[in-house]
Write a protein that binds this ligand. Structure first.
Ligand code: GUN
Length: 280
């Protein structure tokens, strides 16, 4: 048996198309402001891709580039002016921030109604309480992929590998809300391979190249690989050894072309959702 490949690129393109049609039907252009502090190479690429996709879908998108030395007070002032701007529906501060800035203070300063990353404590709480509002984009994209792949989620055993605030924790909350029997496994989990082998749905989000090998996979399982790792030879690879997993898994996402494109599509979706709520 060979696993079915879940084509995130195609699924994201279809989602962006639907979103663009919905945006075109609005009497206003939803506004998205993306803030990039400093010149981290990966962040610069991510922000450019977000800006391009947002403009292509018809959003009124702008990127605010600030120098790495920007003070926390100055960044807070920028956020406040965006909170007060009626034309702005979504605010995203690209992470990581330079070390002299307290990330949690910045996230708390964003108006929760404009928090299209879903990182504000109000939005985290809503998700934890089973009443999702604005949901983090990467886990939201994973749920879209599972639905598009026709995966049975209700009653399935789901294992989330990784407990980050951006992916692992909200991912587990979404799977739980969809009635999966959900486990979060992490670096201190006893016998990680055994834990993963129990999964009907395995979400790998640890950031370690090819960590999940064929013997970690329950035959027929759906594998979603959130990892994007650069190997010494410069190629991109996920957290799952894709070639080794192919004969065992039932369905699997590639890297690149799996989860990555979905994250941006879900950002556009969140901006449209925030705009609809704010503008009624
Ligand atoms: N850095 C890596 N992933 C993300 C994300 O989803 N949102 C933001 N703001 N920064 C990130």
């Amino acid at each position: 048996m060979t696993a079915r490949i879940i084509d995130g690129k195609a699924i994201a393109a279809a989602l962006r198309e639907t979103i663009a049609t919905r945006i075109a039907a609005q009497p206003y252009r939803p506004g998205l402001a993306v803030i990039l502090v400093g010149e981290d190479a990966a962040s610069t690429v991510y922000v450019r891709n977000k800006d391009r996709a947002a403009k292509a879908a018809g959003l009124n998108a702008s990127t605010i580039r600030l120098p790495a030395e920007t003070s926390q007070a100055s960044l807070l002032a920028t956020i406040q002016s965006l909170n007060d701007d009626p034309d702005i529906d979504g605010i995203l501060v690209q992470l990581p921030l330079p070390p002299h800035i307290a990330t949690d203070a910045i996230i708390r300063a964003i108006d929760p109604a404009k928090d299209v990353d879903g990182f504000h404590p109000d939005n985290v709480a809503a998700l934890a309480l089973g009443a999702p509002s604005l949901v983090p984009c990467t886990p939201s994209g994973v749920m879209h992929l599972l639905h598009a792949a026709g995966t049975n989620i209700s009653g399935a055993r789901a294992v989330v590998l990784g407990r980050s605030n951006i992916v692992g924790r909200p991912m587990a909350a979404l799977l739980l809300a969809a009635d999966a029997t959900t486990t979060i496994a992490h670096s201190r989990t006893a016998n990680l391979p055994d834990e993963c082998r129990r999964a009907d749905i395995l979400i790998a989000a640890v950031g370690r190249a090819n960590m999940v090998t064929a013997d970690w996979i329950n035959p027929g399982a759906t594998i979603i690989d959130v990892g994007i790792n650069r190997t010494p030879d410069g190629t991109l690879t996920g957290d799952v050894d894709f070639a080794a997993a192919l004969p065992t898994a039932g369905a699997i996402t590639p890297v690149p072309g799996g989860v990555g494109p979905m994250t941006i599509a879900c950002l556009l979706d969140n901006t449209l959702l925030a705009a609809g709520r704010r503008r009624g």
